[in-house]
Design a protein around this ligand. Structure first.
Ligand SMILES: C[S@@+](CC[C@H](N)C(=O)[O-])C[C@H]1O[C@@H](n2cnc3c(N)ncnc32)[C@H](O)[C@@H]1O
Length: 258
């Protein structure tokens, strides 16, 4: 039996995110998929529904494509931190980031731009930028080396709120095969953190993301994900040996074996 591909994306759960994904997302230069942006915005909504509140951060904000979607998904008074060295591919990237945020409705009062090397940032410095509150959501999309991801994961873990989520970009990407080695080592060293779901790639640029959560929150979050994303669940799931988690994909077919 064949199934149609589902190029649709799930509802992000916020009218402002929906409007940005429909009209603004493709006009901001960036690398993350609309599918992942919709899911992550919906995860932020889920956290709100579960009583998890507070600031968020993106390591590697670049020109703001994904950051703007996340910031639109916050509740009034919650802050979004954008961390980047802002020197690649040219120094003008910081101004383009600021202009994109302003153009797409993320005013300066809702966010903080932090220009610097995530690898040199202590957890206390990042938390201070967030007004002292732990972070409920951290998207890691900075330097793509094993050492840098290991450092960024340590920073994110130290700053994570109860019920918080850590999202890793460019997982299983053909261009960065060793990132998975860092993730595996991190999961072995941090048994209280587990993969909540895998967000399948849209294209080679809009790549796969892993969403991590505290083990104590896994069942609670997963049961909600099964309802919220029911049309996007790939039936076989992801085997992290021995932990299993959901795979969310726009293509939920199985291989035809007869
Ligand atoms: C792939 S881009 C991010 C794309 C963006 N998240 C999006 O979805 O459109 C990677 C970004 O990480 C930044 N970066 C690289 N090394 C970094 C570091 N050590 N600390 C902070 N940011 C870094 C780069 O400047 C670049 O803007």
């Amino acid at each position: 039996m064949t199934h149609d591909l589902k190029p649709a994306i799930p509802s992000p759960g916020h009218p402002a995110v929906e409007a940005y994904l429909a009209e603004g997302y493709d006009s901001v230069v960036g690398m993350s998929s609309r599918f992942a942006a919709a899911i992550c915005a919906r995860l932020l909504r889920l956290q709100t529904q579960e009583g998890v509140t507070g600031p968020i951060a993106e390591i590697g904000a670049f020109e703001g494509r994904f950051f703007i979607a996340l910031a639109h998904a916050l509740e009034p008074g919650e802050l979004a931190l954008a961390l980047d060295i802002f020197s690649w591919p040219d120094p003008g990237v910081e101004q383009r980031f600021e202009a994109n945020c302003a153009r797409h409705g993320i005013g300066a009062e809702r966010r903080r731009t932090i220009k610097g090397d995530a690898g040199a940032m202590a957890p206390a410095d990042l938390l201070a930028q967030a007004g002292g509150a732990p972070l409920r959501f951290i998207h890691i999309d900075g330097e793509h080396s094993r050492a840098a991801l290991t450092r960024d994961l340590a920073l994110a873990t130290a700053c994570l709120a109860e019920g918080g989520l850590i999202v890793l970009d460019d997982m299983l990407h053909p261009g960065y095969p060793t990132l998975m080695v860092a993730v595996q080592a991190y999961l072995e060293a941090n048994p209280d953190i587990v993969p909540l779901c895998v967000i399948d790639r849209e294209t080679i640029v809009g790549a796969t993301k892993f969403v991590l959560c505290q083990r104590a929150w896994f069942e609670r979050y997963q049961s909600r994900l099964l309802e919220i994303f029911k049309d996007f669940v790939w039936p076989l799931g992801a085997d992290f040996e021995p932990h299993w988690c959901l795979v969310l994909s726009q293509d939920t077919r199985l291989a035809e074996i007869v």
